[in-house]
Design a protein around this ligand. Structure first.
Ligand code: PLP
Ligand code: COI
Length: 339
């Protein structure tokens, strides 16, 4: 424990109010300079399009405390770029990459005491978000936007961290063909809550979403991407226009290829062809790598490596990924941003 009364070793993924958050306003075609504030509430117009029509998007990235006590970000430029892709999809103004990173850095520095110590496995999760505000009840893009970044110290997203968990294939779709599945927008998540509820009520960690057009291929594992290791040691992740382009997934594709000389591929992952995999996992900023014990579809539970033990390839990918993120393993050029 510490004077913040936070048990770093037993953090979950829950809201904790930290001291400062960043706010910037876009109006009349430009951003203001942005500032740090202490108030964790927002006051917005009742006609704000974010409230009625879901004109908003968000990001998720983490700050890591290294062994020497310094703090670093993992590929924050990729989150900034993806946020701008989400902005394009919902007709919202871009946030310049430098402004996005500067906002994250300001928030981390102002809340430095909340960055968990090295060795606890915990991190400071940053949540940038952009909402369309202003009075605007007709269906059209907002005239004013608020960009904000707040932070919370977090531990594992799925209980148990590196312990395998099981997932339930959902009958609900998360995204539509040519819809917003590749954008990190709130509507995708609101629509998936019911599937998550059903999965959890039946003892699963979360829902697996299949491709919306044919319901034959794996798309997303809750709020993480899927990967599988084939029996002949290939790293496979689904290729689809309706999944979120996960920064963790793209990093693992490079790690598997460049650090472990594995063959890698983005391709269809058919739900009735899971026997080809010896191991499987969910990957994302919050999920990091969470081993998938089994996937339930209808009456059948397909178990990969084990329901209780993590497989050896998943383990070594995990060790390398978090080694890079916490500064213990040499990162590819440009992946680490020192705060
Ligand atoms: N898929 C969904 C639906 C997500 O919400 C996330 C989380 O950001 C991911 C995948 C993983 O993406 P990333 O690795 O960039 O965090
Ligand atoms: C993340 O991994 O950053 C996410 O967005 C997960 C979140 C929906 C809890």
């Amino acid at each position: 424990m510490n004077n913040l009364n936070i048990d770093w070793n037993n953090l979950g993924f829950n809201y904790i109010k930290t001291d400062y958050r960043y706010i910037s306003i876009w109006e009349n075609g430009e951003w203001d300079n942005g500032k740090l504030v202490t108030d964790n509430t927002l006051s917005i117009e009742e006609g704000a399009p974010a409230l009625h029509y879901g004109q908003q998007c968000f990001e998720g990235l983490k700050a890591y405390r290294t062994k020497d006590g310094s703090i670093q970000l993992f590929r924050p430029n990729k989150n900034a770029e993806r946020m701008n892709q989400s902005c394009d999809r919902l007709l919202m103004p871009h946030i310049p990459v430098e402004k996005f990173i500067d906002a994250c850095v300001q928030v981390i520095k102002a809340n430095e005491k909340f960055v968990p110590p090295y060795g606890t496995g915990a991190t400071l999760y940053l949540r940038p978000f952009l909402i369309g505000v202003g009075d605007n009840i007709g269906l059209k893009p907002a005239s004013k936007f608020i960009f904000s970044v707040f932070c919370i110290p977090v531990g594992p997203y799925f209980k148990g961290g590196m312990k395998p968990v099981n997932f339930l294939v959902s009958d609900y779709d998360r995204a539509a063909p040519n819809g917003t599945g590749a954008a990190k927008v709130g509507g995708n998540y609101a629509g998936s809550l019911i599937a998550q509820k059903k999965a959890k009520a039946n003892g699963f960690a979360d829902a697996i979403f299949l491709d919306p057009a044919t319901h034959t291929k794996i798309e997303e594992v809750g709020s993480a991407n899927f990967f599988g290791i084939t029996k002949d040691n290939k790293f496979i992740t689904p290729l689809s226009p309706s999944i979120l382009p996960s920064i963790t997934k793209y990093s693992l594709l490079e790690i598997a290829k460049d650090y472990f000389n594995m063959e890698v591929s983005e391709e269809d992952v058919f739900i009735n062809d899971l026997d080809r995999f010896s191991e499987a996992g969910a990957c994302g900023t919050a999920a990091v790598i969470t081993p998938i014990g089994g996937i339930q579809m209808g009456e059948k539970l397909h178990v990969f490596y084990s329901e209780t033990e993590v497989g050896p390839i998943t383990k070594k990918l995990y060790d390398t990924l978090i080694g890079i993120q916490f500064g213990d393993v040499k990162a590819p050029e440009g992946w680490i941003y020192k705060v």
